[in-house]
Design a protein around this ligand. Structure first.
Ligand SMILES: NC(=O)C1=CN([C@@H]2O[C@H](COP(=O)(O)OP(=O)(O)OC[C@H]3O[C@@H](n4cnc5c(N)ncnc54)[C@H](OP(=O)(O)O)[C@@H]3O)[C@@H](O)[C@H]2O)C=CC1
Ligand SMILES: N[C@@H](CCO)C(=O)O
Length: 440
């Protein structure tokens, strides 16, 4: 559906598209810098100029490295939604709750277009926002919400709209990919690298959103909503990277794998959705294994389109601002797509229970003193975990690890075993299981 009825969005060479930006952090300031750097180019490509008229953030006194004196300052970001001079509210505050949620809903209710980079908001409240957007004929664009500069939403919602995808997923969190890459390349500790990711502006305001897998889950839920059908977010199986240690990175490399936090969704034969977020092992010679630092990579598979892979920087000022700008240019050109690119079903679907999905796993069990390999083998055998190969590894600090790769096993069997082992006296710390994932 292309709709150009919305008066302020009508394509016109004479009137600028007037923007109100809420949130002047990494992304908000990035958008101002990008627009200033490429004013003429953006005007030419849009067919009209984009003009920032108003801004809002928490602290007016903060030096943000850009001159903001030409813009009207709103103490309360919500007032941008009723500012008559604002055509498009650009929500770059973040978070699924207020003030971001209230700002976006009020702006849509007032018939204003909205551009946001807020994945939590779209993943958790997309259905309601889609309804408001349709009711008030107010477009809501969110390219920057998924995979930074990678045009993931555009490709799934537009370029691949003619195909029925069967699988999509990949690396969708720059912070986690940066942490895992740096830990492998430099041997630095998890916390130290996370701090650097925060300083570089990659991480969310609460970085547990990144490292515990929720940010990837938000992005996966958004793409699944477009490609398959909107899913009930609570039914998504989500695991993060906190349990991954430097020895795991070394052991898995020796086994021919690299650890990546992946979000993957499959369309099952009966039209259901099997989706999960977890740290996985990918073969060292695979495309995903080559994606390092804050880069993201998304692969889709469809019967007609085959495999499509996109890669680029998944976080940071310039890449994310570029994605926000793409949406603003689309709006300036008069585009108006519904949120999911289609009329969504009334009810979100529950994901297939992850316990029923089979896979092979890498397991690392950190052993207490005097525990033998035979006793651990017997323990795993008792829990019916079929081992492909196993070895005992001793670290320089004396810690002893039982490292193994399983044959395919039901995730439910594996996780109940891990739960039982986690309380067993033979183990000194919680065990770690990483799925071996073979994406195209
Ligand atoms: N950083 C990245 O690489 C990416 C971020 N995103 C998304 O973009 C959005 C913004 O992220 P980012 O720029 O990194 O976040 P930052 O934390 O850098 O900036 C957030 C901004 O929002 C303002 N803000 C926070 N709370 C309030 C409030 N209650 N009222 C008014 N203003 C408020 C802050 O004001 P003040 O500065 O005064 O404190 C700040 O300017 C998020 O949804 C994030 O998930 C998406 C892709 C990549
Ligand atoms: N915190 C997110 C920002 C980009 O969505 C990440 O690290 O990928």
């Amino acid at each position: 559906m292309t709709n150009t009825d919305s008066a302020p969005l009508k394509r016109s060479h004479s009137t600028p598209l007037r923007l109100g930006i809420a949130g002047l952090g990494t992304v908000g300031i990035g958008v101002i810098r990008l627009l200033r750097a490429h004013t003429a180019l953006i005007t030419q490509r849009t067919g009209r100029s984009l003009e920032i008229v108003a801004v809002s953030a928490r602290n007016r006194q903060r030096d943000r490295g850009e001159d903001l004196s030409a813009f009207r300052w709103h103490e309360d970001p919500l007032s941008l939604a009723s500012d008559p001079d604002v055509d498009v509210v650009v929500e770059l505050i973040g978070g699924a709750n207020n003030p971001a949620r209230k700002l976006v809903t009020t702006a849509l209710e007032n018939g204003k277009a909205v551009v946001t980079a807020n994945k939590a908001l779209i993943a958790l409240h997309g259905a309601h926002l889609a309804q408001l957007s349709a009711e008030h004929n107010a477009p809501l664009y969110y390219e920057a919400a998924v995979a930074g500069v990678v045009p993931a939403v555009k490709v799934v919602r537009e370029a691949l709209a003619g195909d029925q995808l069967t699988q999509l997923g990949g690396i969708m969190n720059g912070t986690c990919n940066f942490i895992l890459s740096e830990m492998e390349e430099t041997g630095r500790a998890f916390g130290d690298v996370l701090k650097e990711a925060q300083e570089k502006g990659f991480a969310e305001a609460d970085p547990s959103t990144d490292v515990d897998g929720w940010d990837t889950a938000h992005k996966l839920a958004i793409l699944t909503g477009i490609a398959f059908q909107p899913i009930d977010f609570e039914s998504l199986d989500v695991r993060g990277i906190r349990g991954v240690t430097s020895p795991d990175i070394a052991y898995t490399k020796e086994l021919g794998y690299r650890i990546k936090l992946l979000g993957v969704a499959h369309r099952t034969k009966d039209g259901g959705v099997d989706a999960s977020v977890q740290p996985c092992l990918v073969p060292l010679n695979s495309g995903l294994a080559q994606v390092g630092g804050a880069f993201n990579a998304l692969t889709t598979v469809g019967a007609f389109s085959g495999a499509v892979t996109l890669s680029g920087q998944g976080a940071g000022e310039g890449p994310t601002a570029t994605a926000v700008m793409a949406d603003l240019i689309d709006l300036g050109r008069g585009h108006h797509l519904p949120l999911w690119g289609q009329q969504p079903p009334e009810k979100a679907a529950l994901c297939v229970p992850s316990d029923t999905v089979e896979g092979a796993y890498y397991l690392r069990l950190s052993l207490a003193d005097n525990v033998t390999e035979e006793s651990i083998n017997a323990l795993l055998d008792e829990h019916k975990i079929p081992l492909k190969h196993a070895s005992l590894r001793k670290e320089a600090n004396g810690s002893l690890h039982f490292v193994c790769v399983t044959h395919p096993v039901l995730a439910g069997t594996l996780h109940s075993t891990l739960y039982a082992l986690g309380r067993h006296e033979s183990l000194s710390t919680a065990p770690l299981a990483l799925k071996i994932e073979a994406m195209p």
